[in-house]
Ligand binder design. Structure first.
Ligand SMILES: *[C@@H]1O[C@H](CO)[C@@H](O)[C@H](O)[C@H]1NC(C)=O
Ligand SMILES: *[C@@H]1O[C@H](CO)[C@@H](O)[C@H](O)[C@H]1NC(C)=O
Ligand SMILES: *[C@@H]1O[C@H](CO)[C@@H](O)[C@H](O)[C@H]1NC(C)=O
Ligand SMILES: *[C@@H]1O[C@H](CO)[C@@H](O)[C@H](O)[C@H]1NC(C)=O
Ligand SMILES: *[C@@H]1O[C@H](CO)[C@@H](O)[C@H](O)[C@H]1NC(C)=O
Ligand SMILES: *[C@@H]1O[C@H](CO)[C@@H](O)[C@H](O)[C@H]1NC(C)=O
Length: 666
């Protein structure tokens, strides 16, 4: 397919490809701009001509802004004519009424770049997006304004905030709708709503009306659901075009038949054609073979369908924003969102990329440009880190902790108004107890290092369903529980996923009282003074720092990968930027992607800071920067990793073998 209009646009592009940094002029259009559905001929119309999109998902919030153009250009060079992105409410409205749309969150700039790179845009503004992100992209503060809020329904409190957010986003992108001169041809309502148990049609129609009031006829409204009648039943709403999503192992005819039951006429659309899959910590890296993808893609395109690859470029869950699933247990997702997609996490085309490009070329004109090649990566060798101090140290509390709160019973992260990072709960035992006594936290979100008088004793873990442990302690012992939010559930009925101590903690069956609670949001760590006094008598959890220069021979910093093998579990910051969680003893992700844009060229000093929770790479505290990612390793420790935890031994005791603490499952 591909109408005359479209081909014409491509031809023009050949001549303008070298100076694509065109000024954005949304009003300079010669032809009537109109994107619509032709129900008679089962197709889309772009300015009146038959059209289909071959689109790729790329979430701007998972890619450094400095690389947006490069990645978009690589989508276009694969033959794609559109890009699809979610909009993540939680980042754009970090607290009620405070909107952020600049810098790394500059959605308008991303849309302008897409247009400059000759891509149309499919916008998926939520409010819920799933996307394997914390709470499916919903802001965790919704749990604060109304703890029993019924998310994704017509709950009036929820809808009040949804309406304000949607109005804000849609107003800010209005000029970029296709009919208004921009590239946005499609706007999605909610996300796979038919998979959610609420099945609240009044919610979906309210969303439709809010979106319609801003979009009008300037773009097509659509919904996306699993390719089954049970999903479409609650996902389809009047006046919104229903599409389906399915992967390479699905029978294409059966899948589109499901769409046809709800949309007897109109274009066939697979809104999420899976090029790979998400991976949880502790499971093998999920991948999908290229051959099945290209065969199924060929079948989809042969039916004149439109398609969106999910993902075409996955990127990275920088910071604390990876989500989690809940199957039989709680399963947090990796920092990497490589997804086994055609373009790797680091932005390089793969053999899958070229195989897909070849199939697309049978149906749509390919640009006559040189295909992209993988970018060189930096091998910045090994650096030695210095211990700074325990997270429990006064200097760290002062630098990075919030003002401690006293509370008779534990408070959640949400009670504290702190949505990510860590919270430290401390209480001093005011009575004597049997030895040992069982320490129990039935409601734990999600993982806790338990210490007595600053000495680590073990780990409790929601994933492992280990929420109690025996402790040997006496009157006057300080009990400390450092809790990590490992990511809120992003899918299903458990998305009201509170963090911290969600229940009382008991010791020998008695409720512990009188807590001192200190939050460590770690939004940024600049107050971690460069000159903090080193204190070599501490143990993990602790901060480590090292500085390094890039080689003089690199004129500009190349991307690289942090290899933290030898360390346990923690968070890494490069020049203050949180590149995410590492957990090499569990895997399968071992290395963390370090975008070159966050590194400083020679001779400037770069800084790496680790917050290591469990096991420092003693005695030398080294990490290295390597040119290849390792995302699919199942380390030997895998089988035992979830039950055994190692702790940093103070350096002066380090001559002997490393001690380990075994956690007893109860
Ligand atoms: C909210 O949804 C419920 C369930 O669909 C419905 O019974 C109720 O009428 C709706 N309320 C409003 C105000 O739309
Ligand atoms: C696809 O579209 C072309 C051009 O309109 C048409 O000739 C062909 O029959 C269509 N194929 C299918 C499978 O609908
Ligand atoms: C692509 O461009 C090159 C260089 O301008 C030219 O030599 C080649 O023939 C072109 N190929 C096609 C298929 O148009
Ligand atoms: C904690 O224990 C107190 C006293 O038994 C009780 O009132 C309170 O509801 C408990 N809190 C939770 C979250 O269970
Ligand atoms: C750290 O200490 C050095 C030497 O005492 C001093 O020159 C420097 O300004 C200090 N830096 C900071 C950030 O305090
Ligand atoms: C070093 O850490 C230990 C254990 O936390 C503490 O007792 C001691 O006071 C610290 N020393 C300094 C100089 O901060």
């Amino acid at each position: 397919m591909g109408g005359r209009q479209t081909v014409c646009r491509w031809t023009l592009l050949l001549f303008s490809f070298v100076h694509v940094a065109l000024q954005y002029e949304p009003t300079t259009v010669e032809l009537p701009r109109f994107f619509s559905i032709d129900y008679e001929n089962d197709q889309f119309l772009l300015n009146g001509s038959p059209f289909r999109y071959v689109s790729g998902s790329l979430h701007y919030f998972r890619v450094p802004r400095a690389y947006w153009r490069d990645r978009l250009r690589k989508l276009r060079a694969a033959g794609l004519n559109a890009v699809s992105t979610y909009v993540e409410w939680s980042q754009h409205e970090p607290s009620p009424g405070r909107f952020e749309f600049s810098g790394e969150l500059d959605l308008q700039y991303f849309i302008r770049l897409a247009q400059e790179e000759d891509l149309l845009v499919l916008l998926r503004p939520g409010p819920y997006i799933c996307a394997e992100r914390d709470m499916g992209g919903l802001p965790p503060w919704l749990l604060t304004v109304k703890p029993d809020i019924y998310l994704r329904t017509n709950d009036t409190t929820y809808m009040e905030y949804v309406e304000r957010y949607l109005n804000y986003v849609l107003t800010s992108v209005q000029v970029y709708l296709y009919g208004n001169g921009g590239p946005i041809i499609m706007v999605q309502i909610e996300n796979e709503y038919g998979s959610y148990q609420a099945c609240d049609s009044s919610y979906m129609t309210q969303l439709r009306d809010i979106v319609k009031s801003k979009v009008g006829d300037a773009a097509v409204l659509y919904s996306t659901d699993g390719a089954g009648l049970s999903f479409l039943r609650c996902g389809k709403i009047e006046g919104v075009y229903a599409t389906v999503d399915f992967g390479a192992d699905t029978n294409v005819d059966t899948a589109f038949l499901a769409q046809r039951i709800y949309e007897p006429h109109g274009p066939l659309v697979n809104s999420e054609f899976y090029t790979g899959w998400l991976t949880h910590w502790g499971e093998p890296f999920q991948s999908v073979g290229t051959e099945t993808i290209v065969n199924t893609l060929d079948e989809i395109l042969a039916r004149n369908a439109s398609v969106n690859f999910f993902m075409f470029h996955g990127g990275t869950n920088f910071g604390f924003l990876a989500g989690a699933n809940f199957g039989d247990n709680y399963q947090p997702q990796l920092t990497s969102y490589d997804y086994d997609a055609p373009i790797t996490e680091a932005g390089d085309p793969t053999s899958k990329y070229f195989a897909i490009r070849e199939v697309i070329g049978r149906y749509l004109p390919l640009l006559n440009n040189t295909a992209p090649i993988p970018a060189p990566k930096g091998s910045y060798n090994t650096i030695i880190l210095n211990p700074i101090a325990s997270l429990l140290d006064q200097s760290i509390r002062q630098a990075l902790g919030k003002e401690p709160l006293r509370s008779k019973f534990p408070l959640t992260f949400e009670d504290l108004g702190q949505h990510y990072g860590f919270v430290l709960y401390e209480t001093t035992l005011a009575r004597s107890v049997p030895d040992p006594a069982l320490f129990n936290i039935p409601g734990l979100g999600d993982r806790a290092v338990v210490l007595l008088d600053d000495v680590p004793k073990g780990i409790l873990s929601r994933s492992e369903k280990i929420t109690s442990m025996p402790l040997s302690l006496s009157e006057g012992t300080k009990i400390q529980v450092l809790v990590e939010n490992q990511g809120r559930i992003n899918y299903g009925s458990l998305i009201n996923d509170f963090k911290g101590l969600l229940s009382n903690a008991t010791l020998g069956g008695d409720v512990l009282e009188d807590w001192i609670i200190t939050g460590f949001p770690l939004h940024e760590i600049s107050s971690l003074g460069v000159n903090s006094t080193y204190n070599y008598t501490f143990s993990c959890p602790a901060f480590f720092r090292g500085t390094f220069e890039l080689p003089e021979s690199y004129s500009e910093p190349l991307d690289t990968f942090l290899d933290p093998r030898g360390w346990g579990k923690g968070v890494a910051f490069i020049n203050g930027f949180n590149i995410g969680r590492y957990w090499p003893i569990l895997g399968p992700q071992v290395t963390l992607y370090v975008p070159g844009c966050h590194l400083k060229p020679y001779p400037a000093l770069n800084e790496l800071v680790l917050l290591e929770l469990e096991k420092a790479n003693s005695p030398h505290y080294t990490v290295s920067f390597v040119p290849e990612p390792i995302l699919d390793e199942r380390p030997p420790a895998y089988a035992a990793a979830s039950h055994t935890s190692h702790f940093l031994v103070p350096p002066q005791l380090n001559q002997g073998p490393q001690t380990s603490v075994t956690i007893l499952a109860v």
